[in-house]
Structures are given as structure tokens and as C-alpha cells.
Design a protein around this ligand. Sequence first.
Ligand code: TYM
Length: 351
Amino acid sequence: MKRVFSGIKPSGHLTLGNYLGAVRRWAAVDQYRADALFCIVDLHALTVEHDPARVRRLSRQAATLLLAAGLDPERCTVFVQSHVDEHARLSYLLECVATDGEMRRMVQYKEKAARERDRGGSVRLSLLTYPVLMAADILAYGTDEVPVGEDQTQHVELARDLAVRFNQRYGRTFVVPRATHPEVAARVMNLREPGSKMGKSDDVGPGIVYLLDEPDVVRRKVMRAVTDSGREVVHDSAGQPGIANLLEILAACTGGDPADLSGVHASYGALKRDTAEAVVELLRPVQARHKELCADPGYVAGVLRDGAERARAMARPTVDAAYRAIGLLPAVSDTGADTGVDTGAVLNAAR
Ligand code: TYM
């Protein structure tokens, strides 16, 4: 069975982009066809200025929403990245394989670092090394496929490159993963700025539909989406990006093809009304289930505890193998057995 791994960063409230580009497919397809792990990647949320209490809250909320969206802990593993030490352990080894030039070429780094500098802030080193941690997330699990939105393609390519390089230098240790994308809505754009991705950490709230937005808020945001100067409702991403984005969203919600929706609507207003209702209907069951799960926080905590335990057991052998392959001396127990862990504890016990 294929191994699938993907993650979501608790750096803001989950958006329609996250749902259509990733989460919906995890729940509807990936958990049924693969041995799948889905991770709330909280360490990644620390790469920019953050409020500790908010990260904790958003992590819990993301986990609850993943379950509300239909991830079934009987079928897949749902867990929090910082609960499994293997991610950080492996990340350092991969930093010893990656180059700084490779990191500086990452588009998301360049964009986010520029934004941070424009605000007069400093750029955290972890923002630069972020893609290496992401590669560790993926490679620790022997992942074959990484279902993500289009914006993550370059990062998954880096994970591939690092896996190949590590294997060539130190012997075959990692499976070489590949990204998969949804056919429609792999890149949902901001409704107010159709030239930019609908991103959860962005400041431009009115153009972002959040999964927990009330129906009237969703309607208002969609009705106020920026449209283009033409009049015809056709799918033309270059010429009419605002309309193309609405057509993509509508097609993704109704299971159609955006090109087939060209010419169906007599006006921009009609397209917006249809899109707004489709989004409201799409989110309705997720929001209802989210409300139920919020009343049972013990259930969510239990899912995350079990998930972390399963994830740890899956990651550990691969990460231990990488430690040995790269030249680190294994820790040895007093019986002489290679424990692969915690030299400090072994030494203390021997004193
Ligand atoms: P994140 O948290 O930004 O997004 C989570 C998932 O949602 C997708 N996505 C979108 N898809 C379509 N349109 C959009 N506007 C949109 N916005 C977000 C993302 O492509 C992603 O699939 N670096 C990752 C998290 C991560 C990860 C990993 C992913 C860390 N380690 C290992 C996969 C495997 C990120 O910031 O995703």
C-alpha cells in the first residue's frame, strides 16, 4: 500500500484554499487508498512572529477541523508534529545535505522574507530552513505521495532532491516522494486580489473565505469578489483571473470542470450568487461536525495522542537508519545492544 503524508500549518484559520487544495482530498480519497498520515505542523508556525497561545489554539482548531472534514482516525493517522521528535531529529541531518543556495532560491522564502523586511522586522533563520524541516516531515515516513496544493510543489521537489542526494552519498535510506495535486482548485486565489494565493496567514481578510465563516460572511465575501473588466463569464485565467477563480471554486464545489462552466452564467452577479451558495453548502456539514467535536475536546486530544504514538513508531526506524548511514555512532545499552537512542540516559544509568 502506498504511504501518503501531508501537513497543514497552524499559522492562521483554515481557508477554503486549504480545503479545496488539500484537506478535502485527504478525507475523500487519500485515507481510503493509502496508508496515510496527516500532520498539524506546528513547528512550521514558529518561523514568523507568533503568539504562543494563538499557535496552541490554532493547532487544536486545525486538528478539530481535519476530523470535522472527515479524516477518520480508524483509517489514517492524525497528529501534531511537535509530539514526534523524529521530525526535528531528521531535519538537522538534512540540513547537512542541503545547501544554503538551494534554500535561498525557494519562492516562498523570498516572498515571506521580503514581506517581513518591508514591515521592518527581521527574518528568522527557521524561515530559511523551513523547507528542510518539511522534507524531514515527508522523508521520515517513507512517503510515496504528498497531496498538496500547487504552492507546495517546489518544497516537495526539494524533498525529492534531498532524498536522492542522501541516498547517493550514504546508501539508500529514503523513499523518493512525489507531489500530487487536485485537478481543480489546486491554487485558489484571494477574492480581492486574484493575482495572489488565498493564504491563511495573509492580512487581507475580505478576500479570504475561512472554513468557519458564517454563511452570511461567506456570501458577502464572494459577492464582493473583484471581477474583471470584460462582461462575459468565461474561463480565462490570464485575461480574467477574478472570474476564472470564481469558476474554479464553483467547479470544485460542484464537482465539475471550470471550462464547462464558461458561458453558463448571464452575468457576473449570477456567477457570484451560485458560487456563494455552493461554498455555503460545501462548508455546512464541516461546520456542523466541527461544532459537535468542540463539545468533546477529550476525543480530539485522544486522537492526537494515539496518532503521535503511531507516527513515532513509523518514523523512528527510518530516522535511526539515517543517523547510522550518515556516520553517527549508535548509542549502545549496557547489554551491548544498539538502542539508537539517548546516550545521556545510558551514561547516567551506568554511573
Ligand atoms: P499550508 O498550511 O500553507 O497549507 C496546507 C495545504 O493547503 C494547500 N493550500 C492551498 N491549495 C489551494 N489553494 C490555496 N489558496 C491554498 N492555500 C494552501 C497547501 O498547498 C497545502 O497542501 N509547508 C506546508 C505545510 C507542510 C507540509 C509538510 C505539507 C509542512 N510539512 C509536509 C506536506 C508535507 C504549508 O505551509 O501548507
